[in-house]
Design a protein. Structure first.
Length: 87
């Protein structure tokens, strides 16, 4: 399994470490309600990961590693070795 973590605070930024995700099957994203009102966050993830299932929801605080963010969006792209994902 390979994982890529992203943080959006005005633009998408990959956080380290990067594990070589090239074609993730699943992208999970979480963000503040205000930030998720704009459809561009989803579209930017769709453009970046065109073959992935993308699932997200709103949250009161976005957690990335050991930090909590407010008014942001976090995403995790997951590429499985031998798993078929269905949403």
């Amino acid at each position: 399994m390979k994982v890529e973590k992203l943080l959006w605070e005005g633009h998408w930024e990959r956080t380290e470490p990067f594990y070589g995700v090239s074609q993730p099957q699943l992208v999970l994203f979480f963000g503040s309600s205000d930030k998720l009102q704009a459809p561009s966050h989803y579209q930017e993830l769709r453009d970046r990961f065109p073959s992935a299932h993308i699932v997200g929801c709103s949250t009161a605080g976005e957690i990335l590693d050991d930090e909590v963010f407010d008014d942001s969006v976090v995403a995790t792209a997951i590429e499985f070795d031998q798993v078929e994902v269905a949403v």
